[in-house]
Every structure is written in C-alpha cells, then in structure tokens.
Write a protein that binds this ligand. Structure first.
Ligand code: ADP
Ligand code: MG
Length: 314
C-alpha cells in the first residue's frame, strides 16, 4: 500500500469566524474541508490562527481587571493558551461529528495545548507587527492607543488593528507528544494560534508577551513531522503579484526562486500574505519533494488535486 501523504494544514481566521456563534458555525464548514482530505487518503495535522480570538479574550480579561482590581492583568501568553482550548474544543467537537457522519470510526481527535519556544532577544520584540483583534476605524485606533497604550497599524487595506510582537518559533516543546499521537493515527490539532510563546530560563519556560504567526509555527511543525505538504488555507484562492492593482496577476504554480524574487519586490503585505509565502518557501526548500499550497478553505480538496490555489515548490 502506498504510504499516506502527511499534510499539515494551517487554518486562517476566516475558518473560525469572529464571535462564539460564528465560530460554532464556521468549524462545521472547516471540518468538512478537513475530512474531505482524510477521505482522499491523507494524514492530516491541523494548526489554526487566533488573531481575532486572542484579541477578544485579551479584551475580556482586561475588562475583568477593570471590574475587579483584585484580578491582575492576564498575560498575552495565557490569552493564547485560552484561545487554543476554546478553538480546539469547537474544532475537535465538529471534526468528531463530521467523521462520525461519514462512518469513519478509527480516527480519534485530540487538541494538544502547545508551547513554542522563542528567543528572548528576537528583534521582533522591539517592533510589534502582528495584527490581532477586531478591525477599527482610524479614529477608534487613535482612541485605543491613547486609552490602552496599544500600538495599531493599518492591515492590508481593511482597517486598523492592534499589533503585537511576533517572534519566530524555534522549538515546539510538545513535539514528542504530538508525533506519538500522529504516528498512532490520531487527528491532531496543535500549535494553535502559533503556539503559546515561551522563553527558556534555566529549566523554566516563561510565557512571553507575543503572538507567534501560525504560518511560521505550522511550517516548523510540518518540518518536524516530515510532512509532504504544507497547506495554508486563507481568505484568497490564490496569491497575487501586484495585489489590488490594475496589473494584478494570480499565481498558479511558482518555484521558491520565483517566490523569493516576488518577496524582494514587495508584492506581499507584511503580517498577512508575506508570512504565508515565506513559510511556504521555507518548507518547500527544506527537503526535496516537499510542496506548499496556499488557497481558500473551500478549495482545499481541489487544491491538493492540483486544480487550484498557488503551488510553491523547489
Ligand atoms: P489569515 O487569517 O488566513 O492568516 P490574513 O488576513 O493574515 O489571513 O492574510 C490573507 C490576506 O492577505 C488576504 O485576504 C489578502 O487580503 C491579503 N493579501 C496581501 N497581499 C496579498 C497578495 N499579494 N496576494 C493575495 N492576498 C494578499
Ligand atoms: Mg494571518
């Protein structure tokens, strides 16, 4: 029998919705797309983003501190941990149901609370770049900066958002446990929201005030699990050069050399499309035969069959 293709899927914010009821509805659609790939004979590992959700949890915990002065401020790392459990719960619930609906009874679903080590000297700590939370108008952003000391930035033409430090992931602490579960045939959700950022202080792992980009965390996970495919599912069917301009061109199939050239020419917005293309290039270059794909959630199956999306290879 041919060995199953191992796929690490990185789910973007649009796969999860912005509110509790929206997420409950969105994960049903997301689960269909994921189980489609399992039915195609793939072994799937799921990573998800948490931009809107970690922003929401952070706002809720700030409100708690304002209401009850005995409650100290909640570190961003704890907010990421909460987002992993909240999103993991909805996702594993919906995935289980979708598997049962299709009479697949031998694939248990697990969410692994995952810590990811970052370097405390990562220059990213000095220049916050990762958008989290809801979109704001310019006026709302100015108010949030004055009131809460947030740093806000314009996000790919869609409005303003709070930005936080986004250091690179250097080690997945729970990789041994994740690998055991994947090897045992489980459907694992791991490195949610890019992982809980921690720095190593002697034997202690200390939570860091940051949010790791899930695109980079999923790339590291895909390398660690020796995956065949890294699939980044997002809000666009393909990656474009001259995005949003009259000369816009959608890309079907590019080499990592092409991609590096386009990155150099500034075609991809930092904090949104740039990390995806960078992660795709890093994965495809890491070993022969490894491929990356960026496409829409609903097109995941068509994408792995080579019918759509932007494919990135050596
Ligand atoms: P996710 O939540 O999936 O991580 P992001 O919002 O971070 O999604 O990134 C996807 C967005 O990147 C797209 O919806 C699009 O608006 C934006 N984008 C920026 N540059 C490009 C580009 N060159 N080609 C396609 N999309 C781009
Ligand atoms: Mg993103």
């Amino acid at each position: 029998m041919e060995k199953k293709k191992r796929i690490v899927i990185a789910l973007g914010g649009n796969a999860l919705g912005n509110t509790l009821p929206e997420q409950m509805a969105a994960v049903k659609i997301t689960s269909k797309a994921i189980v489609d790939l399992i039915e195609e004979g793939c072994e799937v590992v799921v990573v998800h983003g948490n931009g809107p959700q970690v922003g929401m949890i952070n706002n809720a915990m700030s409100a708690l501190t304002r209401e009850d002065p005995k409650q100290p401020n909640t570190p961003l790392s704890v907010c990421v941990a909460m987002s992993q459990a909240y999103i993991g719960y909805d996702l594993q619930n919906a995935l289980r149901e979708e598997l049962v609906n299709r009479n697949i009874s031998n694939i248990p679903v697990t969410t692994m609370i995952t810590q990811v080590r970052v370097d405390e000297n990562d220059p990213a700590f000095n220049s916050p770049s990762k958008p989290i939370g809801h979109f704001m108008t310019a006026e709302e952003a100015k108010l949030a900066e004055e009131k809460y000391g947030y740093i806000t930035k314009e996000d790919a033409g869609r409005g303003y958002r709070r930005v936080v430090a986004s250091p690179s992931p250097s080690e997945i602490i729970e990789i041994g446990a994740i690998r055991s579960l994947v090897e045992a045939g489980q459907l694992v959700i791991a490195c949610g929201g890019g992982g809980i950022p921690v720095t190593l202080q002697g034997n202690h792992l200390k939570g860091a005030s940051a949010v790791i980009d899930k695109d980079f965390a999923s790339e590291l996970l895909a390398e660690e699990l020796d995956a065949d495919f890294l699939i980044i599912l997002t809000a666009v069917e393909k990656v474009a050069i001259n995005f949003g301009k009259p000369e816009e061109k959608w890309l079907d199939d590019i080499t990592t050399d092409d991609a590096r050239k386009y990155i150099g020419e500034g075609h991809f917005a930092p904090g949104s499309m740039l990390p995806k293309v960078q992660a795709a290039v890093k994965f495809a270059d890491s070993k022969e035969g490894r491929n990356a794909l960026i496409t829409l959630l609903e097109k995941a199956k068509e994408g792995i069959l080579g019918k759509t999306g932007t494919h990135i290879h050596q």
